[in-house]
Design a protein around this ligand. Sequence first.
Ligand SMILES: [Zn+2]
Length: 223
Amino acid sequence: MILEKARYEVVLFGKKLIDKGLVAGTGGNLSLRVGDLVAVSPSGVEYETMVPEDVVVTDMNGKTVEGCLKPSSETPLHLALYSSRGDISAVVHTHSTYACVMACLGWELPVFHYLVALAGKKVPVAPYACFGTSALAGNVVASIGEEKAVLMENHGLVTVGGSLREAFMLAEAVEFASKVFAHARSLGSPRLLDGEEIGEVVNALQHYGFYGENDDDLKGLKE
Ligand SMILES: [Zn+2]
């Protein structure tokens, strides 16, 4: 089996998405890029029963290189992000509740809480297009810019990172921040961090060690 470690990681973080309530059933999808290949979650398979062999390996054009199942319907979105962002190796897409609340209101998430700064200067909103389309992929790529998270209007959330661990952590952080923002906005107007405060937080986060890659589950697997 090629890309054994990457496929195992896709399964591992897929199950973590379920455990944390960030996706339900077969919703959402995730992928990990290794060189010119991408390990992407299959379409219509529950994360609880998913095994590494179910994870599809495609080339950068979306052609299946190994795997018997259909790759996620959002594979064009994942590939468009990898093509436009040489700095990322992982993509996570969720329909988590409060990120969807923000996305359905068409509200971007400002840095009102320091954890939003993990994703960048804000979490922007990509204009609506039907799921699985190249139009949606184009909107997401155009809207995310150089940030690490983007809300998809009337749909959900996409996060990216140098690893699945980072993209997963960002999906968790944006969901938490969206929940706090929704509650805060229902009571008043949360104060936003100013540019200087954001810069200070970004600097502090770089030294905080959020991006640890130690995962004993992955030891001994082939790259
Ligand atoms: Zn979706």
